[in-house]
Design a protein around this ligand. Structure first.
Ligand code: GAR
Length: 210
């Protein structure tokens, strides 16, 4: 069984989707062994407690800079013997000390179709505000590996939704979460734990037969 450590900062609906998928036996070969929060009192911590999953809070505000914070995260990941790290609404960019220690072992969910509406400054509701501002007719979410550049690692899965007239950022966010994020994030976790993702020339390929 691979140890899955989930990093969160907020509401944790993606964490909940992972917990529910694990309960249904849909994460083959892996179990959520720990949740790490960058914010005290994040609702995601309650979701972990309700599911009986141990959690650790490492508040970002207690560290001077990204490097110091990333070192603390790295030490905790090692202590937890993480095999797969999932950033599920984790709003802090990790320094290369973490990404280099876990190459192709960190997965992020981004609420847009990368390479659109991504990179530094694009997170949470802001992503949907930008997509609506631009006037795109299709949006979605991307599950990708994390490397040293924000939202630039190999793409594992993507899914789309239509943008409708009258959408607000909140409505679009919810449609993307329900139809894409909550389905594809657990699926990617399972594919990883089953060893069905291979990397070639910096790109990720999923074995759909396995
Ligand atoms: C999700 O929509 C996730 O894709 C996004 O924040 C939300 C967190 O919701 N993540 C990012 O923007 C990361 N760049 P949750 O806490 O309910 O899972």
């Amino acid at each position: 069984m691979k140890n899955i450590v989930v990093l969160v900062s907020g509401g944790g609906t993606n964490l909940q989707a992972l917990i529910d998928a694990e309960k249904r036996g849909e994460i083959k070969g892996g179990k959520i062994s720990c949740v790490i929060s960058s914010k005290e009192g994040a609702y995601a911590l309650e979701r972990a407690a309700n599911a009986g999953i141990p959690s650790v809070t490492l508040p970002r505000k207690n560290y001077a800079d990204s490097k110091a914070y990333s070192e603390a995260i790295l030490a905790e990941l090692k202590k937890q013997r993480a095999d797969l790290i999932i950033l599920a609404g984790f709003m802090t960019i990790l320094d290369k000390c973490v990404t280099e220690a876990y190459p192709y072992q960190i997965i992020n969910v981004h609420p847009a179709l990368i390479p659109s509406f991504c990179g530094e400054g694009y997170y949470g509701i802001k992503v949907h505000e930008k997509a609506l501002e631009y006037g795109v007719k299709v949006s979605g979410a991307t599950i990708h590996f994390v490397n040293e550049q924000a939202d630039a690692g190999a793409i594992i899965l993507q899914g789309t939704v239509a943008v409708e007239n009258g959408d607000t950022p909140e409505i679009l966010q919810r449609r993307i979460m329900e139809n894409v994020e909550w389905k594809l994030l657990p699926k990617a976790a399972s594919l990883f734990c089953e060893g069905r993702i291979t990397i070639k020339d910096g790109k990720a390929y999923v074995d759909y037969e396995g």
